[in-house]
Design a protein around this ligand. Structure first.
Ligand SMILES: NC(=O)C1=CN([C@@H]2O[C@H](COP(=O)(O)OP(=O)(O)OC[C@H]3O[C@@H](n4cnc5c(N)ncnc54)[C@H](OP(=O)(O)O)[C@@H]3O)[C@@H](O)[C@H]2O)[C@@H](O)CC1
Ligand SMILES: [K+]
Length: 509
């Protein structure tokens, strides 16, 4: 599913009106009626006080339509107009009159010096102050009102966007954004819904198809692509009969050190579970018995050193190398990694200490094979690309990094981002249970297995991240968030592949 910018959404709005021969008032009625339907479906005419805060633009217009329909359905509704400007939009005005005609009263007007209205825990608040039109910080008194609404503890439903959030820019003042319990957004998701600095304001998210021109949306260049089940399924390559283990590639997992052999165990387990034909682990000598006992399906080669890696030499031709989990950053290991980079030319998967080695030895990045996949969490990313002032700058810097080094950067988080010079993919699977030791080691294994099986690195990354998250979701259903350990994620990779073909809706559609 595509993420479009506020500007593109406005264009789609305009084009839809032209092509469908409808007025903007009718489009507003259509969109807001769908919001009313969602509210009515859930509230079932319950006698809960509904307080709707409307701006004076089209987001406010939506709020007025919802308000009118709730009044008609018999709800206890109070509509407040947050009168931050005299530039009321034409569709706001049409619906302002319609509310007056129905209820015989004008909505309550809120201005800069007015007292703040009472909002109680248990009220149902609809936020229609600003939508995608917000393009600068809120006026001070509106920011105060937002703070007051947030402090009420009421359930808050945001229409299109939580007010205070901009679709394509960072938030400067966290206190002046509605902390929505639930956001119903129109047609396409917005970038701010997925970035760590702004996503927490959105609450649960529902995207409603309001019938904007499908051709425009199909042709519009996406700011980013959201990866749900349908997108992941399209990337999956089914196995053919008359194949053998050689068909599915050989993954070489290089890593581990004394006390951290578990990391390579997890990576190798995940690589096997994600379908690599053969898996070999290259580890310090101390890992030999552990690996051979824990993982009979994997082969093991050992370093000359007992506790760390010092000379990475092997007599095989792997289809992919994963380097970095549990490996440490000792000088001898860095030296061994450099020698490896000098001779190995196929894409690699680099994680954990592999990334830390690059952070401290930037020149080694020049040796990294084109198309390699780097999998930093935010701290590792900062060490690689330097600090950023907000999520948008972070993405710009990440993009520049992938361009300079011809690599794929995967930024781990609640929503994991796959960054390339020209594209951005946002994963939708995963859960807080995956914030557990070794979860990243498992991801490295899944990615390596897919590359080994002949998936192009970008395809492997997008699909691998999706499957890893889904495996975590399946594990959490069984064990709870708290109870998930990384090994459960690895073991459920196969179940995640099965799930690609289950036909339930994804969580955002
Ligand atoms: N997409 C679709 O197809 C459909 C969209 N619909 C709805 O329309 C919504 C977008 O409506 P909108 O364009 O009127 O903008 P909205 O967010 O109401 O803001 C109003 C105006 O406020 C201004 N302004 C900005 N920042 C400001 C600030 N800090 N302080 C003061 N003023 C500020 C700015 O005007 P400016 O001053 O920049 O000229 C802006 O235009 C969208 O979210 C959805 O709910 C549906 O109805 C139908 C289908
Ligand atoms: K809003």
């Amino acid at each position: 599913m595509k993420i479009l910018s506020a500007k593109q959404i406005k264009q789609a709005d305009k084009l839809t009106i032209e092509k469908q021969g409808i007025s903007s008032t009718e489009l507003m009625e259509r969109a807001a009626t769908l919001v009313f339907d969602e509210i009515h479906k859930r509230l079932q005419a319950a006698p809960i006080p509904v307080k709707i805060f409307c701006g004076i633009g089209n987001n406010g217009g939506d709020g007025l339509v919802v308000g009118r329909q709730l009044i008609e359905a018999g709800y206890d509704v109070t509509i407040y107009i947050v009168n931050y400007s005299d530039q009321r939009s034409p569709d706001f005005l049409v619906n302002y009159d319609r509310v007056k005609n129905l209820s015989k009263n004008w909505p309550v007007l809120l201005k800069a010096d007015d007292d703040l209205p009472q909002i109680k825990y248990g009220d149902f608040v609809v936020d229609a102050i600003f939508g995608v039109g917000l393009n600068r910080p809120l006026p001070g008194w509106v920011a105060g009102l937002v703070k007051h609404i947030n402090a009420s503890g009421a359930f808050m439903l945001a229409i299109d966007m939580p007010s205070g959030l901009m679709a394509d820019a960072a938030v400067e003042n966290m206190e002046s954004v509605i902390r929505a319990s639930y956001t119903i957004s129109f047609q396409v998701p917005k970038m701010a819904f997925y970035l760590p600095g702004t996503a927490p304001f959105v609450g649960d998210l529902q995207i409603l198809d309001i019938g904007l021109d499908p051709e425009f949306i199909k042709d519009a260049p996406a700011a980013a692509e959201l990866i749900g089940k349908a997108e992941a399924r399209a990337l999956y390559k089914p196995r053919q009969r008359f194949t053998h283990k050689g068909t599915y590639g050989h993954a070489l997992i290089i890593g581990g050190s004394y006390g951290k052999i578990g990391s390579v165990c997890l990576t190798a387990t995940a690589a096997l579970r994600a379908g690599a034909g053969l898996v070999t682990v290259y580890a310090p000598k101390c890992g030999y018995d552990i690996l051979q006992t824990a993982l009979p399906e994997a082969m093991v080669i050992t370093d000359l050193h007992n506790e760390i890696l010092t000379n990475i030499e092997f007599d095989l031709d792997p289809d992919v190398i994963a380097f970095g989990v549990g490996v440490g950053t000792k000088e001898e290991t860095v030296e061994a990694f450099e020698q490896l980079l000098k001779k190995y030319k196929k894409p690699m998967v680099i994680d954990a200490d592999g990334l830390n080695i690059f952070s401290k030895n930037g020149d080694l990045l020049e040796l990294l094979p084109e198309g390699s996949i780097l999998t930093p969490h935010p701290k590792e990313l900062e060490r690689l690309i330097g600090p950023w002032k907000d999520d948008f700058e972070k993405l710009d810097k990440a993009r520049a990094f992938t361009k300079k080094h011809k690599v794929i950067l995967l930024i781990k988080g609640t929503y994991t981002f796959t960054v390339t010079p020209n594209d951005l993919f946002i994963n939708t699977t995963g859960n807080p249970g995956m914030a557990t030791a070794g979860s990243g080691d498992v991801l490295t294994g899944v990615l390596s297995a897919l590359v080994a099986q002949g998936y192009e690195p970008l395809r492997a990354t997008i699909l691998g991240v999706y499957l890893h998250g889904k495996a975590g979701d399946i594990a959490a259903e069984r064990f709870s968030y708290e109870g998930v350990v990384a090994g459960d994620i690895a073991k459920n990779t196969g179940a995640a592949i099965f799930d690609l073909f289950e036909t339930q809706k994804t969580n955002y559609s």
